[in-house]
Design a protein around this ligand. Sequence first.
Ligand SMILES: *Cc1c(COP(=O)(O)O)cnc(C)c1O
Length: 371
Amino acid sequence: MVQMPKAHQTILEINLKALKHNFEHIKSRINKDTKFMAVVKAFGYGSDASIIAKYLQKLDVDYFAVAYTSEGVALRNSGITKPILILHPQPINFVTIIQHCLEPSLYNAKVLNEFIKISSKENQTNYPVHIKFNTGLNRLGFWENDVEYIVTKLSETSSIKVKSIFSHLAASEDLNEKEFTLNQIESFKNITENFVKRISYKPMLHICNTSGVLNHPEAHFDMVRCGIGLYGFGNSEKENQNFKPIATLKSVISQIHIIEEGETVGYNRAYKSSSSQKTATIPIGHADGIGRQYGNGKGFVTIKGKQAPIVGNVCMDMIMVNITNMDCSEGDEVVIFGEHSTAENLATTVNSISYEIITAISQRVKRVILN
Ligand SMILES: *Cc1c(COP(=O)(O)O)cnc(C)c1O
């Protein structure tokens, strides 16, 4: 049990022991020779990408992935030496990608041709690239019938080499969509068999995100790409038991108010008190990532183990919560989400998901690392 320091301001605590636990749990669900790609995009799902990546690099993770080039550059600048896949690169950043030894996902003819052009101009040979296929998500990726075209382009250049071929599942967490997912996996197998037959080497294959790993052990191929599981969520009540949320968002009671019957609280007088009530003002607002949709009784915080609902509208820098009949004082610690009252529970109150609330915590909130 990590001894949590008491918060005196709004902080996001990052628990590296929990990260290690999650990493090891996912490792226990894959074969020993399946490679592990840690997805650390969006500041490590709202935590701290550099700290997370450095820690996982020490634990001997195989690969990193981020969404955009700037995120990969930031990792290189903080000392990450393992390979980094850029999931969604833009041609304007291709020179930067090469300068920082980042590995682009090539997902259509335009980016493929542009990357061949730039890597040739930069005198590269066998520069590692990853070919992405669309198998049903309809977001990014070549089509099944593009294989011939890609292979022809590859045969005409020595500037790039395919390090992996991959795709992305649309509904790996939804067991009602199992048939669709199995079709995606089947289609990926057909594409890659056809592709590999036409080249003289064997790129790595990968299709699973966290829920894919948990729900489709038959589809791990050569590598898995895990994000949310590392941060402590398994996308189902059952799987959540196996993970520990790494981030705890904490704050403090700045002020307590007694609200008499008929008085209102906050902007636009959105809350009207029907009796004498007690509220606490907390220094966290929508500019910190607690969206307005959490206001007016939907979202809540936890004070001394008890839930206090948000009253009225969420302000930019503050929320007010109802602490009527609660025994607490100014200066007391407040948990917005953490290990017990989880980000997923809070997100559910506004029909959102863990991914959204954890990645929304803005850079204004101080990150505190627990080792
Ligand atoms: C974000 C992302 C992942 C990670 O997904 P999780 O559900 O967080 O494990 C994997 N692959 C791709 C292509 C992604 O965009």
